[in-house]
Ligand binder design. Sequence first.
Ligand SMILES: [Zn+2]
Ligand SMILES: [Zn+2]
Length: 302
Amino acid sequence: MDATAVATMPKRAALNLPTLIHHVWALSPLILVHVGALAIFLTGGALWEWLLMPLFVYLRGLVTTIGYHRYFSHRSFKTSRVTQFLLGFFSSANLQQGPLWWAAYHRHHHRHSDDPGDVHSPYHGGFWWAYCGWLFVPLAPQWRDVSDLRRYPELVWLERFWQLPGFFLAGLSLWAGGWSFLCVCFCLSAVANFHLTFVVNTYGHLLGSRRYNTGDESRNSLFLAFISLGDGWHNNHHHYPHAAQAGFFWWEIDASFRVIRLMEMMGLVWDVRRVPAHKLEPSSTSQPQDSEDDRALASRTP
Ligand SMILES: [Zn+2]
Ligand SMILES: [Zn+2]
């Protein structure tokens, strides 16, 4: 690995027993939901469970995209402390670690997009490393990148116990629907959500067209936008990451932005950031992730 990669990638955590135990504990939900999904071959599933499963995939996708991505990583709208916590709680139930961890890596991705140290980049370290391999190496997130989120004790608490919402909903699934419901509706939908996130992070830089010269390999794809509820307009998103919308034009379907607009109409969120008209032009310059605008945003209340 060259010096640039070492300089820009998150540092490896010191290898000792507490680090290893913590790392295995952090990875265990990812492994458990895959085992649970494979257990479908033992439990089977009722027709109504298979019909409900896509709805759970859809709901999980919405909370990851709206919660972890557009709110915690990009602060693209304002909301109350209660809604902020609920977004964190339900996003955590997808078991992709805590909101601070997720936002720290995602902000790192935007700042070093397709640089040698970008863990998400399929252009460095190989496709499988970018897809999910990096998760299996104990890295130290750059917590200073999320100092704006660390000001909230309830988020710090959620970050510490991020497995609780998922374990609670898994227990509820088992209690309410039995083993087959747990495996089909909880585990399989969580597996789908994991892989949709991995797919956007990698194929969003491989598949599709480029409208803006963002300085990285981010691409727009209708197919990815459809399955990822909007985040597949990835070149748009890297061009102006502060916006609550990734689809910039009416024909660019963005289910997550539609839900954010609905939440705005209901008064649950406000100050929803949209793309300024002059940023729509293909010739406009891309906005860097950590602009002055962002730093001002990070210092404000939710
Ligand atoms: Zn990207
Ligand atoms: Zn982003």
